[in-house]
Design a protein around this ligand. Sequence first.
Ligand code: NAD
Ligand code: ZN
Length: 356
Amino acid sequence: MAKDNLTAVLHGIEDLRLEQRPIPEIGDDEVLLAMDSVGICGSDVHYLQHGRIGPFVLTKPMIIGHEAAGVVAKIGKKVTNVKVGDRVAIEPGVPCRYCDHCKQGRYHLCPDIVFCATPPYDGNLTRYYKHAADFCFKLPDHVSMEEGALLEPLSVGVHACRRGGVGLGSKVAILGAGPIGLVTLLTAQSMGASEILITDLVQSRLDVAKELGATHTLLLTKEQSAEDTVKLVTQKMSAQPDVTIDCCGAESSVRLAILATRSGGVVVVVGMGAPEVKLPLINALAREVDIRGIFRYCNDYSAALALVSSGKVNVKRLVTHHFDIKETAKAFETSRHGLGGAIKVMIHVTPRNTNN
Ligand code: NAD
Ligand code: ZN
């Protein structure tokens, strides 16, 4: 096997380096993956800029990246679900499997979860990476490695729509048309929503949402009050939304989500903004509007894969830029400044389309 294990390591704020790392040794339940595609997520950029997200603080160098797919290069003695040469998507959070949360099936709440590129755990923007075999999902031949990497954000959309109870005939409002808002849009459509309104502050993002099939788009300004915006949402939609999914995290947006949702409906908060915000709680409780948060995903990867492999959802439009791992710095620049209308920036550890 090649000795080259070029790896993108975040050493501190604004200090992302490419360096050689040893190729990991695998355990009996693990696989070694030759990495192919790794998407850049807002959280990767956040760690680069701030060195922390809430309680997760970078205190030692960490390999970046967690939206990824690779090819199985080696398997541990006990591995039976995949074999060498399989192309797999990587679910990045591996829980303990023993605690109450794990046993009850809500393993994403496991306090001991090891999640790629969340300090102190390494991510997978590297040539060779080891992972728990049972958190690898074999991709059918017609699903590309890039699509495999995109199962990560798509799973967030699946989890959000499931938590919101989106179903046949649902009227859904999605606030924010970044990558997460867009995958939530695609998922809501596939789950049978009949009418979907999506908001953003940026027209070009709404144009993409329209192209992907949003029924209505609504361009907002930062100055607009939630109270004024509610009227606009109601004017555009045939009725108040049953489910409103916040995918930006701004206080005004979560406020809007509560005020706009019909009585008895559900607000799902995906966006992570300020840790504490002021919200119209009495309005929500007096109208029995449920407010539900989501944290990543749980048992959603296989549904996300089914959506892509069946052709129900096309995530390819989200990828606007491609870079080689050697161009990691440029890839992060493009993502963080949204250069050239960047939505999802994909880094190729193996030259693009070689493994498809
Ligand atoms: P992003 O920053 O790329 O996209 C956010 C979009 O929202 C942008 O297009 C922006 O213009 C728009 N926006 C900002 N303020 C707005 C407002 N007031 N009204 C309407 N639109 C507004 O981020 P992303 O990668 O799409 O992620 C979206 C959010 O979801 C982030 O806050 C991220 O931290 C969060 N997130 C949460 C989870 C979770 O597990 N809960 C997982 C992934 C991402
Ligand atoms: Zn656990």
